[in-house]
Design a protein around this ligand. Sequence first.
Ligand code: NAD
Ligand code: ZN
Length: 254
Amino acid sequence: MDHGRDLNRWSRVCFGDGGALGELSLLMKKSQSTVILTGAGMSTESDIPDFRSKDGWWRNIDPTTVATVDALKENYSLFHEFYQMRIENLESRVPSGGHYILAKWEEQGLIDCVATQNVDGFHQAAGSKEVYELHGSIRTIRCHDCQSPASIDEFVAGDRCSQCGGKLRPNLVLFGELLPRDAWERALAAIRQADLVVVIGSSLQVSPVNTLPSLTSGKVAIINAEETEQDEMFDIVIHGKAGEVLPKLDEVLG
Ligand code: NAD
Ligand code: ZN
């Protein structure tokens, strides 16, 4: 870790140093409007693997090459196997402590909403009410061709659409697709007028969500296990696991 950068602008923390946590808690208390933006790192402590942490991904295949419209059209058996595995993996998983802390902060009026790139539904499962699912949800299924809804069981069984025979797919955003307009517009509006945006567990490599932190006129903070290419634009950078940093921050907030 490089400690030689300008610490006036940067408040980096190796976990255990209270400086950045104190600063972030003050910003949260002062802020009239705080938006949380989460990514796959928010759910790794629920045992849902993210896409870009290195450790041995599924069959050594880069998931970003399977979560695509091209894979759906041209390699449906691989596409189906990938999402079947992700859906079945989700069945035995539950939200993590960090998800519950965010729900509590919303209840306490400390944060306004959670905009998430995650498709696992854990924020809502933990009790968060105002959640914008920017990449949709893996918990519902539709036909890719005629958009008719179908059940998870039909998808897992490998059935085709009962209406048109088309390919079934989860209701999430594949690489190469547009984001759901309503979720995007709500998140954008909230972020534009926020006093504080806190990113948690995202490599900020996926467009257009990775542009959101730069669109606020408020302060920006990031809590992530490792450096991201965008760290320099943040007022506060905390390198640590959500499951460790959020309880500490909650403690500091009192
Ligand atoms: P990403 O995989 O690109 O990056 C995740 C980041 O989180 C990494 O920088 C990693 O260091 C960090 N991280 C991992 N564990 C962490 C922890 N415990 N605490 C804090 N940080 C941690 O994820 P992304 O930026 O969200 O982009 C991936 C895309 O894949 C998104 O579009 C998302 O929709 C999708 N995805 C979703 C899920 C899910 O719903 N749980 C899981 C995998 C991928
Ligand atoms: Zn159909």
